[in-house]
Design a protein around this ligand. Structure first.
Ligand code: LIP
Length: 263
């Protein structure tokens, strides 16, 4: 694939993310405060906007790149050698409850490796974007992870979902607190990882997250000078994986905290 083609895909992904974000914000601001909440499962919200936004993104990508495969959180798809992996709204729970903390995530993956990662937070109007080997930006400005080296000065976000045993989550949480980290938990893994790339926090980790949640954001941290685990494995594309993203100096303590089966 030529550099020109990758650049065309990158620019299209940025434009489509912004268009999708405008639709998400419009739906968020006109939502019925008394809306009926719907769930795919315990703590797993379902909103009509997720599906509507995913259809828009799929349509735009198909118009521009009909030869590429598509896989979305809501409608699924095919994980071919050249595929767009999309989470239409990462942070669905907060979107559903009227909390303005969510983003759209678009990744282009070639032969199992993210080549393009784009996130857009329409409420903050922040477009995080990266091409492999070309750095990462937010609204066009270069991104770099923080210079924090001491866990006792670090802000670490530990994500959780009921896909994970609470006792495992609690074990990681206990280790992070014991090490002296300032621990947070919000509701969007993609934004939490992007905030590491931006230096707003120093690490994000979660024992299980899906490929569509984190594929784009992990590349953004890589290109912002951070360390990430080997997240997007072949198994991850099928069933998700654990994710770690942090400043390089914090890697040992984050890896140790996330070890399961070791006391
Ligand atoms: C969310 C992830 C988050 C995880 C939540 C949920 P969604 O994605 O970003 O890290 O803890 O359970 O999976 O469902 O809002 O797209």
């Amino acid at each position: 694939m030529t550099d020109t083609v990758i650049q065309q895909k990158y620019l299209a992904a940025c434009a489509i993310a912004r268009e999708a974000g405008r639709l998400i914000r419009q739906r968020f601001e006109t939502r019925d405060e008394a809306l009926t909440l719907r769930f795919k499962g315990p703590q797993d919200y379902l909103t009509e906007t997720d599906a509507e936004v995913e259809r828009l993104i799929a349509q735009r990508l198909s118009e521009s790149f009909p030869e590429d495969a598509f896989f979305g959180e809501e409608g699924g798809g095919t994980m071919a050698s050249e595929v767009w992996i999309v989470d239409p709204i990462d942070g669905t729970a907060d979107f559903a409850r009227g909390v303005p903390y969510f983003c759209v995530s678009i990744a282009f993956v070639k032969d199992g490796r993210s080549e393009i990662g784009v996130l857009y937070d329409p409420m903050q109007d922040e477009l995080f974007a990266a091409r492999r080997g070309h750095g990462a930006t937010v609204n066009g400005k270069p991104l770099r992870v923080s210079t924090v080296t001491d866990i006792r000065q670090a802000v670490v976000e530990l994500g959780w979902s009921n896909r994970v045993r609470f006792e495992d989550y609690a074990k990681v949480l206990d280790r992070l607190h014991a090490a002296g980290a300032g621990v947070r938990r919000r509701g969007s893994g993609a934004l939490g990882i992007a905030y590491v790339a931006m230096g707003r926090q120093d690490a994000y980790c979660e024992l299980h997250i899906n490929a569509w949640d984190a594929a784009a954001a992990v590349l953004i941290v890589d290109e912002a000078g951070g360390w990430t685990n080997d997240f997007l494995t072949e198994a991850c594309l099928r069933e998700g994986n654990r994710v770690m993203a942090c400043t390089p100096a914090l890697r040992p303590v984050i890896e140790q905290a996330m070890q399961l089966g070791s006391e």
